[in-house]
Ligand binder design. Structure first.
Ligand SMILES: [Mg+2]
Length: 124
């Protein structure tokens, strides 16, 4: 059984930089470009018998945004941590994220080390 970290952001640059930063942890990484894409890919992973151990999600995305993603995800998965990637300007969104079921957040732009520290808190 493989363990996946979902990287959900409509910016390919962010997705790639997050994936590169997390590579050393040894988890599988799956990129998604919005909340709906993430829900679809999470279903595929679970249907394939694998596990999602963490979601890192942007807030502002087309189709299904980060808050909507967390709300939908929490209907089917109460426990897998979701860490929100947000900008300083969106700080009030953190409260909305918490209410929707987010587990933590990271303020963009972030250093690879900050990201690793947060991720290590949530996945063992
Ligand atoms: Mg975005």
């Amino acid at each position: 059984m493989s363990k996946y970290i979902m990287v959900i952001d409509d910016s390919p640059t962010i997705r790639v930089s997050v994936e590169l930063a997390l590579k050393q942890l040894g988890f599988m990484i799956k990129q998604a470009e919005n909340g709906q894409d993430a829900l679809d890919k999470i279903s595929e992973i679970k249907n394939g018998g694998d596990e999602v151990v963490l979601c890192l999600s942007d807030i502002n995305m087309p189709v299904l945004n980060g808050i909507e993603f967390i709300t939908e995800f929490r209907k089917v998965d109460k426990f897998t941590p979701v860490v929100v990637l947000t900008t300083e300007a969106e700080k009030d969104i953190i409260q909305k994220g918490k209410e929707a079921g987010a587990s933590g957040w990271i303020i963009k732009p972030f250093q690879a080390e900050d990201l690793l520290n947060v991720v290590k808190r949530f996945v063992k």
